[in-house]
Structures are given as C-alpha cells and as structure tokens.
Design a protein around this ligand. Structure first.
Ligand code: F0G
Length: 352
C-alpha cells in the first residue's frame, strides 16, 4: 500500500521474470479506472475508462516495455529496436535509457505524431524513418534482429511485451472485483487485445473472476484488416497510431474475439474524431485520436443494438492527448486577444 512498484513487481507471480533479474521500471501501471458519467448516460450502460495515457510515457506501451527491456537486459542484449507508429518508440526510448542500453526506432516517414517524436528525441534514440508504413518497418525490424542477436526486438511480437500488457486486465479486475461484461479497445497491430484476453483468461482460470468479458475491438475504417478478414495494403486514417494493414498478432486477436463471443468493427475517421472531442469536452479525458476508437466503437455499438443495455463496460483509452497536439488544434480557433481588463475576462466566461 502507498507505493506503486510498477507492473512487474505488482504482478510478479504472473510475469516471466527471474528472481535475480534487475527490473527496469518507470513506475508504469496503476492507472485510473475512471467512471464516465456522460458516456454511461448516453449508452444506458455503466461505462469506465481505463486511462492508460496516464502511464510514464503517456501510453499503455509502458506496461509491456518494462517487461521486454527487463528481459533484454537480463539476456545481455546491448540495444533495443522497434518498429512503431510512435508510442512504442517513445516507450522503448525511455526504458532503454533507464537500462543503459542504446535504442533505435523504425518509423514511417512523416506519419508520427509530434509528441511521440519529441519523446524519442528527448530520450536519445536513433530515429530511423523509412519510406513505407508500419508494416514495412516491422518487417525490417524482424529481419535486423534475426541477423544481429545483440539487438532485442521489443515489438509486441515479443511475448514478454504481451505478458506485461496483460497487467491492465489484472488491474481492472482487481478494482471492479470482477471482469467487465464488455471490453472495448482500439486495435492496430493487435498486441493489446491479445494481452488483455490473456490477462482475463489467466485470472479466470485461477478463479479470481467468475465470468469473462466479451472483447469488442475497433479498427479505423481505412485500416481495418481484422474486420475485412484480410490484410489492407495501403492503410490510411487520422488515427496514425493504428494505421496498420497487417497486424502481427492476427491469431491472438481472432482468438480473443472468438473465445469471448466478441467482435471487430470499423469506425470512420469522423466517428473517431467525434469521440475524441466528446472525451475531452464531456468527460475531461484528453486522449490521442487512436484511443478514441474504443469510445467511437462503444457509441456505434450502442446505436446498432449490439451493446446490451445495462452492461458493465470498460473502454481502454490507450494514449495521452498531448501525444498529438496537431490533432487537437486542427479545427480550433486561434486563442483570442483581450484587453487587460477584468470585465473582458469575466465576459469571456459569460458572467454579467
Ligand atoms: N492506441 C494507441 C495509442 C497505440 O499507439 C496503438 C499501437 C494502439 C492503440 C493499438 O494497439 O497495436 O496493440 O493493437 N501503437 C503501436 C506503436 C503500433 O507503434 O506505438 P495494438
């Protein structure tokens, strides 16, 4: 009590960690499970937001990265490498710094939100852009680490990442005293839905929860391979974090859907941006656009009748709004200029 040790120590008996390993942590996890009164009212459900933008580098990736970098260090690796749409690179850069390892990140040129790039730069990672998308970056990262064993691949194809990310499901069950009826997630490379399902299954088989949730995974309409059942060649969406056409954890994702009685569905960029604005304007939770896909999906499923009224729902919001300041300012008016006069300030608040 009092001190949160990070997810590896908090759930040590469920993590692939040896007693003599040095745990590389930034105190990740333990994020808020926040009631969402406006969304609950709109949907007739009891909705909670798992606010994973509250992690040390501002996304859920930290849950997996603490485990992956801890294992890489124990394994004697010198460097870490990842492909990324931005958040994984920010997280890898931070945890590599903490471990005293070098880090390079492979990113699609011109398609990384500003905040994420700033983080990787700040933590001293080598930023390698390629003229291609995330799927091309991941292929190159896999080939490189196959040829150079001193480099650890810290994408979610690394099972230690999945083990770390499963901690989010443990936290939700610990806090609710049960699993939700429905869990809504944005899905890109599909590591996170795979990890949540693994986490819920683990708690269920150990008798810590009696029922499993249904997993609802939402993809951007222009990058929805799991919805179509086939890879998408040129994925496109405003939600750059999930601009992915060939998810590495395809099997894990379809297993989660099938075993849980869940579904995948596509949300349009307009639906994503509407949910993005609703979250910040009504629930006071500022997320990046990809994160809003879970809430866009919730609202869509409520409208089309696939969300049973009265359900206990958790929507994970995966990344902080500060990751992508450009998206926030896109349609915003310029800040107004006022005279140095209390009356003008009060008028702005519409006080007589
Ligand atoms: N939300 C955010 C904010 C993300 O950054 C990602 C993935 C997802 C959702 C989707 O999670 O891939 O496990 O299905 N970002 C990766 C990255 C691809 O490189 O940062 P997923």
């Amino acid at each position: 009590p009092g001190h949160w040790p990070g997810v590896v120590e908090a759930y040590r008996d469920r993590m692939p960690v040896q007693p003599d390993w040095t745990v590389v942590t930034l105190g990740e996890g333990g994020t808020p499970l926040l009631p969402a009164p406006r969304l609950s009212e709109r949907t007739g459900c009891q909705v909670f937001l798992k606010v994973d933008g509250a992690n040390p580098t501002g996304s859920f990736k930290d849950r997996g990265m603490t485990m992956a970098v801890t294992a890489a260090l124990a394994d004697g690796k010198q460097s870490v490498l990842c492909a990324s749409t931005g958040n994984t690179s920010a997280s890898a850069a931070a945890y590599a710094t903490r471990a005293g390892m070098t880090c390079a990140v492979l990113v699609p040129r011109g398609k990384i939100a500003l905040g994420k790039l700033a983080q990787a730069v700040a933590h001293g990672a080598r930023i390698l852009q390629i003229d291609g998308n995330f799927d091309d970056c991941l292929e190159l990262a896999r080939k490189t680490t196959a040829d150079y064993p001193a480099i650890a691949l810290v994408n979610s194809v690394n099972p230690t990442r999945i083990a770390g990310q499963a901690s989010a499901a443990y936290e939700i069950c610990d806090q609710l005293g049960q699993a939700p009826d429905i869990h809504c997630l944005p899905v890109g490379n599909a590591g996170n839905i795979t990890a949540y399902w693994k986490g819920y299954r683990g708690y269920h088989s150990d008798g810590l929860i009696s029922e499993l949730p249904r997993m609802f995974g939402y993809q951007a309409a222009g990058a929805a391979p799991l919805v179509h059942g086939a890879p998408v060649k040129d994925p496109e969406t405003v939600a750059t974090a999930i601009r992915i056409g060939a998810p590495a954890s395809w099997r894990g994702a379809t297993t989660a859907r099938d075993e849980s009685g869940g579904k995948f569905a596509a949300v349009t960029d307009d639906e994503i941006l509407a949910a993005y604005r609703l979250l910040s304007a009504e629930e006071a939770v500022f997320v990046e656009p990809a994160s809003a896909a879970s809430v866009a999906g919730l609202l869509q499923s409520c409208a089309d009748g696939t969300l049973p009224k009265g359900s206990l729902v958790v929507c994970t919001v995966t990344g902080h709004g500060l990751k992508d300041p450009d998206s926030a300012l896109l349609t915003a008016p310029d800040p107004e200029i006022v005279p140095i006069d209390p009356g003008a300030v009060a008028a702005a608040l519409e006080l007589a």
